[in-house]
Design a protein around this ligand. Structure first.
Ligand code: ADP
Ligand code: MG
Length: 623
């Protein structure tokens, strides 16, 4: 994409959502944190200890919310990463070898920081490796794999002599920060909660950014996300590493709180409990992690107290009761407890306006090819599925500034051909050229980067996200800011530009009144328009539309035709698969007719309509 600068966006960024309620959410959060901070000094010791554990668990659960709730990858193995963080620091602080080698350099009080660094580096390496191997797995294979390495790491901790075997490592020193010892639970707990709140703030910023949209897009399916230019495998691995690092930090704090480590707290049971916390709290919401960790920790406390009295013996009955309670909760609150709580909260708290800045940055601009240039070309493209030839030596080309229609009966191979020319699938034989580049075996994100925008026959939107969020995803490749910048809030100018661009396309597609509505709340016809707006946000040179008029009413079809004609006038090459003949004949400059995977006719609407083969094979009965 060439970076020809244009004047910064001048339009107003999307309006503030309807403001109900008395207090803003941010103020409520700040007030709650301040209250906790003040109360911290006065809470009874036992409460402080429990709250500190809740903080430690929340940190792990927050990683799982990102990984499972938002990224759609289930992990049972997070406890093992907590263990890596805990064992790394315990070993550095107690092993005679490490103390002798490092103590002289960083001092005894510096050892825990070396332990933290070691834990993070180890976790990064292990998580990246495991992630690269496992996150490509689909369906239930990924959760199964997380169980496998969760177990492996657990047994590794227990079987390493230098880690103390099943007995573990004792004598882990307390943390000392700036000369202040954090030996007391009250002191360390304050640090735990400060770390947790900091992590939540960073994650919140990440989710509320370009990168956050890409992360959420993972749940929309690989094909959709890749078509928006997102490298899904990379994002999945990064998400996996992020969740693991949060777990390792929790483990580091845990080791210096307990002052000893053994393998038990890092076994698979606990891994499952962490997942419970995220799911029960509300796996799609960061605060759900804190809620889930609180509910489950308190519940376990209570059950361990109450059950032996009730049942008159001290078996592990709490595990059974616990499991049954989980079942009940998940039956009643499939999305976890947080969304229910948030619904009540909406009456009291005001929504936050988007974090925007006055000055929007400039998005990368593409210089569109001159009208008449061949932008997309298929040469002898053949696709076989086993014995079935879905596309048979198809030749076709699309020029900038024209609307080209693909028609043909169901099963003729039109959608397959779309996949061939958009990088979703590779042709068995033949060549696809896009913007004068050979695209052999390149993934669809490379097509997107080179200027391909597309919509899907079966609409693929993130239903719970607003129209604006969905459309802004389309502009993903036009901005640059990465995860760290987004976490630190350094992406605001760029984000404003992305939102302004999304807003422009939403207005252009006639959806201005619906910008803040969740995409799933729109009727199908308008969802198709949202997909077009999303494709346009990428400033494409070529637009592929798979049955854009399906599900639209008459007036909506007319509006769509007007929009497509306008885009053609602006120089876009548009390739459309459509069944509505009136729509196609009035709009298209050229038409290619498919039957049984073969092109049986190509030409202007007038030529195609009178072609005897077309009349015979396709329009046969009607003529
Ligand atoms: P159209 O979009 O024109 O209705 P498709 O491209 O969806 O047609 O399908 C063309 C033919 O290829 C059909 O016979 C369909 O069953 C077959 N087909 C499509 N995708 C696959 C696949 N992934 N595996 C096997 N057969 C497929
Ligand atoms: Mg189709």
């Amino acid at each position: 994409m060439s970076a020809v600068p244009t004047p910064p966006a001048s339009e107003a960024v999307s309006p503030t959502p309807a403001a109900h309620g008395l207090v803003s959410r941010r103020h409520a959060t700040v007030a709650a944190v301040a209250l906790l901070a003040v109360a911290w000094g006065f809470l009874p010791e036992f409460t402080v200890v429990v709250a500190t554990y809740i903080g430690l668990y929340s940190l792990v659960a927050a990683g799982l919310v990102m990984l499972t709730g938002i990224g759609g990858m289930t992990s049972f193995g997070q406890a093992a990463f907590v263990g890596l963080g805990a064992y790394a620091t315990a070993w550095v602080c107690t092993s005679p070898v490490a103390v002798a080698a490092l103590g002289g350099i960083v001092g005894l009080q510096g050892l825990p920081w070396v332990g933290l660094a070691l834990g993070l580096v180890l976790t990064f390496a292990v998580a990246w490796t495991l992630g690269a191997v496992t996150v490509k797995l689909q369906g239930h294979y990924l959760p199964l794999c997380t169980i496998a390495w969760g177990l492996s790491l657990y047994y590794l901790f227990g079987n390493m002599d230098f880690l103390g075997g099943q007995t573990g490592i004792t004598g882990v020193p307390p943390l000392v920060v700036a000369g202040v010892s954090l030996a007391s639970p009250r002191a360390l707990g304050a640090v735990v909660w400060a770390v947790l709140l900091l992590a939540l703030w960073l994650l919140h910023n990440l989710l509320d950014s370009r990168e956050g949209r890409a992360i959420r897009a993972l749940k929309g399916g690989r094909v959709m996300a890749e078509s928006m230019g997102v490298d899904t495998a990379r994002y999945r691995v990064k998400l996996f590493v992020l969740a693991a690092l949060l777990a390792a930090i929790s483990g580091w704090l845990y080791a210096h709180m307990q002052r000893f480590v053994n393998p038990t707290p890092f076994n698979l049971n606990i891994g499952i409990e962490y997942l419970f916390m995220a799911v029960v709290g509300g796996a799609g919401h960061l605060w759900g992690a804190v809620l889930g960790a609180t509910v489950i920790t308190l519940l376990k406390e209570k059950l361990q107290d109450v059950l032996p009295g009730l049942l008159g013996s001290s078996g592990n009955f709490e595990v059974i009761v616990f499991g049954l309670l989980m079942l009940l909760v998940l039956q009643r609150f499939a999305d976890g407890l947080w969304p229910t709580l948030a619904r009540v909260g909406r009456r009291v708290f005001r929504n936050e306006p988007p974090r925007v800045v006055a000055q929007a940055a400039t998005l990368a601009q593409r210089t569109l090819p001159a009208a008449g240039t061949v932008v997309l070309e298929a040469r002898q493209v053949t696709k076989r599925f086993g014995g079935l030839v879905a596309n048979n030596a198809v030749d076709m080309h699309l020029r900038a500034g024209e609307i080209h229609a693909l028609i043909g009966p169901n099963g003729a191979g039109k959608s397959t051909f779309f996949n061939m020319i958009s990088g979703v699938d590779d042709p068995t034989e033949g060549e696809v050229r896009f913007m004068a580049q050979a695209m052999h075996r390149l993934p669809s994100r490379d097509f997107a980067a080179a200027g391909l925008g597309r919509t899907f026959q079966h609409v693929r939107l993130l239903g719970q996200r607003s129209v604006t969020e969905n459309v802004a995803l389309g502009a993903h490749r036009r901005a640059r800011r990465g995860w760290v910048a987004s976490m630190l809030g350094l992406d605001r100018a760029e984000e404003a530009a992305l939102r302004a661009e999304a807003h422009r396309q939403i207005v252009r597609c006639g959806l201005a009144a619906l910008a803040d509505a969740p995409a799933a709340s729109l009727p199908l016809g308008q969802q198709r328009l949202v997909e077009i707006a999303r494709a346009l946000a990428g400033q494409p040179a070529v637009l592929l539309l798979d049955e854009p008029a399906a599900g639209l009413r008459h007036l909506e079809k007319q509006a769509l035709a007007t929009l497509l004609a306008q885009l053609r006038a602006e120089g876009l090459g548009i390739l459309v698969v459509e069944h509505d003949m009136e729509f196609v004949m009035n709009l298209a400059d050229r038409i290619t007719v498919f039957e049984f995977g073969t092109v049986i006719a190509a030409g202007t609407p007038a030529q195609v309509q009178t072609d005897p083969r077309v009349l015979d094979a396709y329009l046969g009965g009607a003529a």
